[in-house]
Design a protein. Structure first.
Length: 108
């Protein structure tokens, strides 16, 4: 099933990042598509894009890391820009994050 999802793990505390605000932007259309907090499992309650909303193009997920950790001594917003080349594909963009570092990859 196609769609776009995310999952945020707080590596400083060793748990899902509950309550982190996430923004999804269409870079091609220069507009915000969705804004949603993560749930108890560090995921959004619904996909960022469902099968009917999937379009090819360039997107950016902005993770509001500074607000989540309650500090901006180093990281504030973490943007992850990526391309959707196959609108029928499944895209999963996880973020592993602490107040000082982050990592991402294309998940399954």
């Amino acid at each position: 099933m196609s769609g776009l999802t995310t999952h945020v793990l707080d590596t400083a505390r060793g748990c899902p990042a509950r309550g982190m605000m996430i923004e999804l932007w269409s870079i091609d259309q220069a507009r915000m598509i969705k804004k949603s907090p993560t749930n108890f499992d560090g995921r959004t309650d619904s996909p960022l894009l469902n099968a009917e909303e999937m379009l090819t193009g360039t997107y950016e997920i902005v993770f509001c890391v500074g607000d989540y950790f309650g500090e901006r001594r180093f990281l504030d917003r973490v943007p992850v820009r990526f391309s959707i080349e196959d609108a029928a594909g499944k895209y999963h963009v996880p973020l592993l994050v602490s107040p000082w570092s982050y990592s991402t990859y294309r998940g399954s």
